[in-house]
Design a protein around this ligand. Structure first.
Ligand code: HMG
Length: 414
């Protein structure tokens, strides 16, 4: 897919990292006296990744970035821009990105910064990177865009079952080996709304939950209209319709709205024919690509790209060259809709895209472990020394405490 400036641009590598422990939502439901079906069917979630005090936005971003370079054979010297999208920064001033820059050994000539716009931060980084390459300023270099977040709502709040944590790293380049982005289709939308926010004094997000769902759906409708110049989404011609996934059911609500627009009428789920039509469309275009999100929970700005990884890991021969729809939403709110085209080289990377083995190695928490990890995280920014082995961490990068008001990171080895 060649854009207006004659460049093919898009995603060349994708990798994922998340905390080593998770909470099963049936465990949470039992502890909160809630019917487990509310979480598993009502929200569509099975598990949520829970970060320990030694796992933060930096450690997850570094691990995802390291895998993106290693698994796709990319030399750190090829990276000319590094952008970390996050709403879980570790400092009011210093960007997460500059820690990541050093820990990944990137060049001092690499432009490096952090973007924040709730769950939209990484998409802002992605589109800025596409523009950087298309402008010619990249001069053959690639951009590394990393989405890294810990989604935290208060204990016993409505948002509690929609937590999660993780990072997705994307390398953006010309001649991308995974997904070409059609930059002529990018449609943006912005509106000031108070649907979800986190004041400076709070570690936990506040949400006007049901209103946030309305804002998300309105932003989808508006961004898609801009992207496709008021045409309905061409659902039938798309291999997949991928959405921001704060919880799996949200993608289902989004797809229902999109199918109504595509059909030019309101579908009635009380009518068997309409119910069947929607069930078939959702089962073919959306549901198969939500497996990872259901196991990890909301990872905020990386959520859409986790669904992209799931989709690309399952592409068969007929899927090569097919188009997919991508919708990114960040509360507050900002959104982008665009189309991507699956690159013919994708099959070389199927195993790099499939994160199933990563997910099954995680440690299951009981409710007491979960609540004590949350309590320990509340004071971890000021802890003078943390021991990663207290949290069963024995490899990779760990945050180990703060000395002279400076965060300390250490590489662990088995
Ligand atoms: P709630 O009010 O506790 O739940 O909070 P509910 O009563 O709306 O129930 C949820 C669903 O479960 C409903 O399904 C119920 O019918 C069903 P729906 O009607 O929506 O299809 N249900 C059951 N199903 C089976 N068996 C049962 C049962 N009971 C109920 N026994 C809410 C839900 C999502 C509002 C809450 O978790 C919340 O506030 N979450 C945080 C906000 C959020 O995720 N918003 C999403 C859109 S905004 C966004 O995506 C941006 C975000 O990622 C942040 C960012 O941008 O940085 C959040």
């Amino acid at each position: 897919m060649v854009n207006a400036t004659g460049h093919t641009v898009g995603i060349d590598a994708l990798a994922f990292a998340c905390p080593k422990a998770y909470l099963d939502l049936s465990t949470l439901a039992e502890a909160r006296g809630v019917d487990p079906l509310k979480y598993t069917q009502g929200l569509g979630q099975e598990k949520m990744a829970i970060a320990s005090p030694c796992e933060d936005t930096v450690t997850m971003a570094v691990e995802a970035g390291r895998l993106a370079l290693k698994n796709y054979g990319i030399d750190p010297k090829e990276i000319g821009t590094l952008i970390v999208g996050t709403e879980t920064g570790v400092d009011h001033s210093k960007p997460v990105a500059v820690y990541v820059h050093e820990l990944l050994g990137l060049s001092h000539r690499c432009r490096t910064f952090e973007t924040k716009h709730a769950c939209y931060g990484a998409s802002a980084g992605l589109t800025a990177s596409l523009d950087w390459i298309a402008s010619g300023r990249a001069k053959g270099r690639k951009a590394l865009v990393i989405a890294s977040d810990i989604a935290s709502y208060g204990l016993k709040t409505a948002g509690e079952p929609t937590q999660g944590a993780g990072a997705v790293a994307m390398v953006v380049s010309h001649q991308p080996r995974l997904l070409e982005i059609d930059t002529t289709t990018i449609g943006d939308y912005t509106r000031q709304v108070m649907d979800f926010w986190r004041p400076l004094y709070s570690k936990y997000a506040f949400a006007d939950g049901h209103f946030s769902i309305e804002c998300y759906l309105e932003a989808l409708s508006e961004a898609r209209s801009v992207a496709l110049e008021d045409q309905a989404e061409p659902i039938e011609t798309l291999r997949a319709c991928l959405y921001h996934v704060p919880f799996v059911k949200m993608a289902k609500k989004a797809h229902f709205q999109e199918l109504c627009v595509a059909m030019g009428r309101d579908l009635d789920l009380g009518q068997p024919a309409d119910e069947q039509l929607f069930a078939n469309s959702f089962a073919r275009k959306v549901a198969p690509f939500l497996r990872f999100n259901a196991q990890v929970g909301n990872i905020y700005t990386g959520s859409l790209y986790l669904s992209v990884m799931d989709c690309l890991s399952q592409i068969d021969q007929q899927g090569l060259g097919a188009s997919i729809g991508l919708f990114s939403y960040g509360s507050g709110c900002g959104a982008t809709y665009c189309l991507g085209k699956i690159a013919p080289t994708i099959h070389t990377f199927t195993s790099a895209l499939d994160i199933t083995s990563q997910l099954v190695q995680r440690r299951r928490l009981n409710i007491e472990d979960y609540e004590s990890l949350i309590a320990a995280r509340e004071v971890s920014d000021q802890a003078s020394r943390l021991d990663p082995s207290d949290y069963n961490l024995n490899h990779g990068l760990a945050y180990v405490g703060t000395r002279n008001h400076q965060r300390q990171y250490e590489w662990l080895s088995d």
